[in-house]
Write a new protein. Structure first.
Length: 282
């Protein structure tokens, strides 16, 4: 179906202001596994850690008692191990053209920064590796220089992170939001301020099952076009922010669905817009 591509290209060529929402699917081509794909998803692959259940790796109580699996995961995912994908570079191009209002991401991989997006252009809903703090113990809440944590995480063995935890009076973790933790205040502030400015909302590579992120689709103003680029149709029950999610089947719907991978869609869109040369310079 060429309609989503054509309508997105028409809006972008007319200077539309864009809010982008991204999930794990935009980082798969970087070599980072997404969370839920059977067989290759991160949750399936975490079985080597002998977790009681996959999500335990992001559970505060489990981390407090058994930090090793999360620290091993940090070593694998630490920024610098992976390069930005074409989709991340496309978001950077939207920023360069003055059309990006903001990129809201569920991802903790900081690949937006790797693509050159300034930090203020990104809202990392679930945090990332840009900062670190003490999670438990007498030092709880203390900010820790992230480079110290990085050195401890990338070291083979446990002595470095144990020494770091002793130095700061408790377990240190990157500023990644675990289950049950509050999302950063900036997430809610930007959600209320940014979405009303959007002419086009592009949602890419997310299953839209985790709240409150999934409900953000309802923050787009009534006149805005909403485009989902994903391998499967999702978000039709993404309640939140006073709405019910996408409605692709309604006659004259403002909601569009492109089934496929994000990088392929971006390549076609860039070509159609005549942005290829600028895109390749990023």
């Amino acid at each position: 179906d060429a309609e989503p591509l054509e309508r997105a290209a028409a809006l972008l060529s007319s200077g539309a202001k864009v809010v982008v929402m991204t999930g794990a699917g935009v980082s798969v081509s970087a070599g980072i596994p997404d969370f839920r794909t059977p067989g290759s998803g991160l949750y399936d692959n975490l079985q080597e850690y002998n977790l009681p259940y996959a999500e335990a790796i992001f559970d505060l109580d489990f981390f407090q008692n058994t930090p090793q699996p999360f620290y091993r995961l940090c070593k694998e995912l630490w920024p610098g191990n992976y390069s930005a994908t074409p989709t991340h570079r496309f978001i950077k191009l939207l920023h360069d053209k003055g059309q990006l209002v903001r990129c809201f991401t569920q991802n903790i991989d900081s690949l937006e920064t790797a693509a050159g997006l300034p930090k203020e252009a990104v809202v990392a809903a679930h945090g990332n590796f840009d900062g670190a703090h003490v999670a438990f113990g007498k030092g709880a809440g203390t900010e820790v220089p992230v480079d110290e944590l990085k050195e401890a995480m990338l070291f083979d063995g446990e002595e470095k992170w144990r020494a770091l935890n002793a130095k700061y009076g408790g377990l240190v973790k990157p500023d990644i939001v675990f289950f049950g933790e509050q999302l950063p205040a900036r997430f809610f502030e930007c959600a209320m301020a940014d979405f009303p400015k959007a002419d086009l909302l592009i949602v890419m590579g997310t299953s839209l099952v985790v709240q409150p992120f999934a409900g953000l689709v309802n923050n787009a103003p009534p006149a805005a076009t909403r485009l989902l680029v994903n391998r499967e149709r999702v978000g039709e029950d993404s309640f939140g922010f006073g709405g019910r999610g996408f409605d692709f089947d309604a006659e004259g719907s403002r909601d569009l669905f492109h089934q496929g991978d994000c990088d392929g869609f971006v390549a076609d869109l860039v070509e159609r817009l005549g942005w290829r040369a600028e895109f390749e310079r990023i």
